[in-house]
Design a protein around this ligand. Structure first.
Ligand SMILES: Nc1ncnc2c1ncn2[C@@H]1O[C@H](COP(=O)(O)OP(=O)(O)OP(=O)(O)O)[C@@H](O)[C@H]1O
Length: 518
């Protein structure tokens, strides 16, 4: 690792940065400055320009105007990858680790210092990988295949790899999106440890609490512009949200409201009985009635995501049955689930959700081709009208319905995935972590949209470990280690639910009459 460079000013300083994509202005005269060893947050609504700034700070894209300096010196030439990597490290939400390779191979992939002319000594490489992981306190076996690692271990390997190029400045773009509460704690502990060694970071997150927990300074972008930079201690959450939205917050609760009427009213629409999937969960049952939103809570290894995916036909369970409106659904087949009226919002929009080169309109209507014309003869005008309604309903920030989805910001892509799931007017909507990557204001409208599904006499299942998502539910089942361990009627406390998700049964409290331990 290179010696830390002597502090000659901010680790990064960008000023007057503008960037256009065709008619879209992604950044307009924006700025950012991060001091050595500083923990700096960058927040803003979906499409505010955060990822565009990251791509400019890491040399992936060039700004149209503006200046960029690292440690007081001009940025390296475009394309000089090694020089960029020595100044700024970046960990993206999407892993850049190659699953089929070992940890050691991943760490030294594409590294110029290993001459291509010399045969690679695997023994040496493994030893160096071990040293490097040790240096950053990452407890992972260099021989392990990357696909065997947990999301969190993979992220630690990425951080070690990124910093091993010598940078003392690391950008983390929504690093907590795929971690559960424990994983986030460990990631933050690691970041604090690195900060104590003088590493500065720029932290991007839609979870404002994380900003308060981790960062000393916050910068807010809105509509491609820099709005403010301030010590986090000087901005309370209301002031921060106001800076992000440009509106005085209403100070009231969320736009949706839990009716709590679902439990006794409504006939069962979705019934999953005794489902088991080897290695994931055993003997799990769930009933969702017309008019209610049911939460399926659980931490990373609880099996809740696999249970939700099974409902949508992604896995074939070894045991158990699924019915929609009393009709059996063939398990393990996505088309069968769709035909039975189960709409699905997958966890990973990149893999399961979208066709990036296709337009917003096409993506939003991928599941309803038959409503818009026979296959191959989709009528563009109907597709467009349908998509335009979705764009308005879900507040999707896009220049138009014909814009390719790849040109949308991450959070707006997530809204397209939800639009698509809603397009079929499903009887049952199964949504996995639906507000992942979505800004605080859009989150309310998305949860409101899911609520509408129930209000129209249909039903929704939200699979999540996010308390905000779960609060939008009438009833929550908590899973731990592959089993449903407790059920909560409306009125649970955060602590009760978190305790259940962590596999601990709280003391039996007379006030706990809305909790059933299974
Ligand atoms: N390659 C591109 N082509 C066209 N437009 C783009 C491209 N990349 C970004 N944009 C547009 O630039 C704007 C800023 O997007 P950016 O991804 O920087 O937002 P963001 O703040 O990171 O949002 P999110 O929180 O949703 O990730 C958006 O309107 C987006 O649609």
């Amino acid at each position: 690792m290179a010696d830390p460079s002597p502090a000659r000013g901010p680790v990064v300083e960008a000023d007057g940065i503008s960037k256009r994509f065709g008619a879209t202005v992604a950044l307009r005269d924006a700025r950012i400055s991060v001091a050595p060893g500083e923990s700096h947050a960058l927040v803003g609504r979906n499409g505010a320009g955060k990822s565009t700034l990251v791509s400019i700070l890491t040399g992936l894209q060039q700004a149209d105007t503006g200046t960029l300096r690292f440690n007081g010196e001009p940025a390296p030439a475009a394309g000089d990858t090694d020089a960029w990597r020595a100044r700024v490290a970046c960990v993206y939400q999407r892993s850049t680790i190659i699953p089929a390779l070992s940890v050691a191979e991943n760490l030294f992939l594409n590294r110029q210092s290993l001459s291509a002319l010399r045969p690679v000594s695997w023994k040496k490489l493994r030893a160096r990988a071990g040293e490097l992981l040790g240096e950053y306190g990452v407890d992972v076996d260099p021989n392990a295949r990357a696909e065997e690692l947990t999301v969190e271990q993979r992220q630690f390997v990425e951080i070690a790899r990124a910093l091993s190029f010598g940078a003392r400045f690391i950008i983390l773009d929504e690093p907590t999106a795929k971690l559960d509460a424990r994983g986030i704690e460990r990631l933050f502990a690691k970041l604090r440890e690195l900060q104590a060694q003088g590493v500065a970071f720029l932290f991007i997150s839609h979870h404002l609490q994380e900003v308060y927990d981790l960062c000393a300074t916050v910068t807010v972008y809105r509509d491609a512009r820099h709005i403010t930079t301030a010590p986090v201690a000087d901005l309370d959450q209301q002031a921060l949200v106001e800076a992000m939205t440009g509106e005085a917050s209403r100070g009231t609760g969320p736009a949706w409201s839990v009716t709590g009427r679902g439990t006794s009213a409504g006939t069962p629409l979705l019934q999953a009985t005794g489902l088991s999937l080897a290695g994931s969960y055993q003997d799990c049952s769930l009933t969702a009635r017309a008019g209610e939103v049911v939460g399926l809570a659980g931490a990373a290894a609880s099996g809740n995501v696999q249970f939700g995916e099974t409902l949508a036909g992604l896995h074939r369970p070894q045991a158990g049955t699924i019915t929609v409106a009393d009709r059996p659904v063939r398990t393990g087949k996505v088309p069968a689930a769709l035909a039975a009226g189960i709409g699905f919002v997958p966890e990973d929009r990149h893999i399961q959700g979208l066709v990036p080169q296709r337009s917003v309109a096409e993506n939003a209507t991928l599941t309803v081709g038959d409503q818009l014309g026979p296959f191959g003869t989709v009528l563009p005008s109907r597709t467009k009208a349908f998509a335009e309604r979705m764009i308005a309903d879900l507040d999707i920030k896009t220049p138009g319905a014909t814009t390719p989805v790849s040109a949308l910001s991450g959070g707006n892509q997530q809204k397209v995935v939800i639009a698509r799931a809603l397009a079929t007017q499903p009887h049952v909507l199964v949504a996995i972590r639906p507000t992942n990557g979505v800004d605080i204001k859009s989150k309310e409208s998305l949860l409101g949209t899911i609520r509408q599904v129930a209000d129209q006499g249909r039903t929704a299942v939200i699979v999540s470990d996010e308390l905000d998502d779960l609060r939008a539910c009438d009833r929550v089942l908590a899973m731990f280690h592959g089993r449903v361990v407790a059920e909560f009627e409306h009125g649970w406390s955060d602590e009760q639910l978190v305790t259940a998700m962590e596999g601990m049964t709280g003391p039996t409290d007379p006030k706990e009459d809305h909790v059933t331990h299974h």
